[in-house]
Design a protein around this ligand. Structure first.
Ligand code: GAR
Length: 223
């Protein structure tokens, strides 16, 4: 029996692309249910572009500054994704807000990673804000994207304990290590169909994960 075809994934970046690199590395496994077929950056000198090319993945720049409005920028991004027959889009440090048009175009096939335990600490400077609040557990989240920023059904989270001497940078580094674990895991679940969005009678959405016997206990990192 031949293996199920891999789902075709496009990754959108704006920066260093370490999460993108983690997805590319995971997808090298022949058993992984997705392949990364292209990377698009809205920033011309994003470090992730060279990493993608070094890994043999097509990398394109669509610089938002060259477009009159968000939607025309996004139409250019979609043209690249469609040219590569992309089925799933993964935002990996992509720092542009997307319009409802784009988000609906990829509904339940558009995922994002955020460096906090959503729904806490949406937006920017998550680690500095968490330290200022004195919280003891932080983390990261992969979720399906909805039009509101950093909102959407949660696919996987990892928890990271805060140390007394943590700075925003030390915390960011430990959280990033967990991001690199959970993003490939979450994408695999989406690509294989194991993670899917279900809604309750009130229309509130969450992700149901097939074959998950208990809680994701491994997703709590050591201090
Ligand atoms: C990651 O920490 C990611 O979670 C964050 O940007 C960083 C990108 O790093 N994303 C956001 O803050 C989105 N709201 P990377 O380019 O090395 O993957």
């Amino acid at each position: 029996m031949s293996a199920a075809p891999k789902r075709r994934v496009g990754v959108l970046i704006s920066g260093g692309g370490s999460n993108m690199a983690a997805l590319i590395a995971a997808a090298r496994d022949p058993a992984y249910p997705a392949e990364i077929v292209c990377v698009v950056s809205n920033v011309a000198d994003a470090g992730g572009l060279a990493k993608a090319e070094a890994a043999g993945v097509t990398a394109r720049v669509v610089d938002h500054k060259g477009f009159a409005d968000r939607e025309s920028f996004e139409r250019a991004v979609v043209a690249v994704l469609e040219a590569h027959e992309v089925e799933i889009v993964a935002l990996a440090g992509f720092m542009r807000l997307l319009t409802p048009w784009f988000i609906e175009r990829w509904r339940d096939r558009l995922i994002n990673i955020h460096p906090a335990l959503l729904p806490a600490y949406k937006g920017l400077h998550t680690h500095a804000r968490a330290l200022a609040d004195g919280v003891k557990i932080v983390g990261c989240t992969v979720h399906f994207v909805r039009p509101e920023m950093d909102v959407g059904p949660i696919i996987v989270q990892a928890a990271v304990p805060v140390a007394d001497d943590d700075t925003p940078d030390t915390l960011a580094a430990r959280v990033l290590t967990q991001e690199h674990r959970i993003y490939p895991l979450a994408l695999a679940r989406v690509a294989s169909g194991a993670a899917r969005v279900v809604a309750d009678a009130d229309g509130r959405e969450r992700v149901a994960t097939r074959d998950l016997a208990g809680p994701d206990a491994a997703l709590i990192s050591p201090l």
